[in-house]
Design a protein around this ligand. Sequence first.
Ligand code: 4NP
Length: 168
Amino acid sequence: MIKVLFVCLGNICRSPMAEAVFRHLVEKKGLSEQISVDSGGIGSWHIGEAPHTGTRKILDQQNITYTGMKARQVSEKDWHDFNYIIAMDDQNINDLQKINSKTEHVVVAKLMDFVTEPKELEVPDPYYTGNFDYTYELVSEGCTHLLSYIQKKHNIQKRRDINWVEKD
Ligand code: 4NP
């Protein structure tokens, strides 16, 4: 199982958006048994909260579920539990390095690093910009590219059902 953790500052706007979008793509491709997804925040302010109303609104518009998602804080242990820790901006990367500087068994990178010719190098924070539509556009593009990268890197494809036919 390849495990992906999305990280932002508060875990109520960008990283839960990425978690929901990425899970949606993984499910659509029939890869849920091979790739799992979670999200966390650098800060502790919003622990236990559902995603921000702006994030919920855009996910509702896109018919993407976020049921049961609750904010949590990133911890040192996540470096052992995940294969990919995917941040939204440079400040997240700096903060993550302070929590755990190890990179042996985990890829720590920004979502936009996976996009060829990205419009932005960081995902702007809609908590401050108010522009959830633009954040969604970037997150969606980033998640599509990240999933292709992971599928190629780990040779992950939808498993075909095998129907065993008894010989008579
Ligand atoms: P996020 O946005 O990192 O995309 O979840 C933020 C949400 C809350 C705060 C900052 C950023 N805050 O300071 O409470």
